[in-house]
Design a protein around this ligand. Structure first.
Ligand code: 5GP
Ligand code: ZN
Length: 116
């Protein structure tokens, strides 16, 4: 499992810093975003440190998308959103701030939920 010193998400994987973990298995983890843009905003990550889509292994992508529907449905059951955005930023120019691959799962509650 590749790990990078000074990566905040690797630290969450290794339980060196706390997070509200809502799902975890051998290869993936989902936890609540520290600055939720809507109620239930969650990040799904591979435990392996792969920076973004440009270095994501196909096998890691497959694993992550096997888990994504489970996490989406858990959030749907917990928060009853009307819909959900899956967002993924790759590269600084595309607003990536944490350089450990992650999918944002953003529950949507209608026009007044504040997320554009
Ligand atoms: P990006 O812009 O890279 O796609 O998104 C990074 C996300 O990680 C942001 O939504 C930010 O709020 C979240 N984030 C950054 N640091 C932490 C942290 O220490 N814990 C958690 N739970 N989320 C974080
Ligand atoms: Zn990392």
């Amino acid at each position: 499992m590749s790990h990078q010193e000074d990566c905040i998400f690797c630290k969450i994987v290794n339980k060196e810093i706390p997070a509200a973990i809502i799902y975890e298995d051998e290869e993936t983890m989902a936890f609540v975003d520290i600055a939720q843009v809507t109620k239930g905003h969650t990040l799904l990550i591979p435990k392996s440190h792969e920076e973004n889509i440009f270095e994501l292994k196909a096998s890691t992508a497959a694993t992550l998308f096997q888990v994504a529907p489970k996490v989406a449905n858990a959030l749907k059951a917990a928060f009853s959103p009307l819909g959900m955005n899956l967002v993924n930023n790759n590269g600084k120019a595309a607003s990536q701030e944490v350089f450990h691959y992650h999918l944002h799962l953003i529950p949507r509650y209608g026009e007044e939920d504040g997320f554009k």
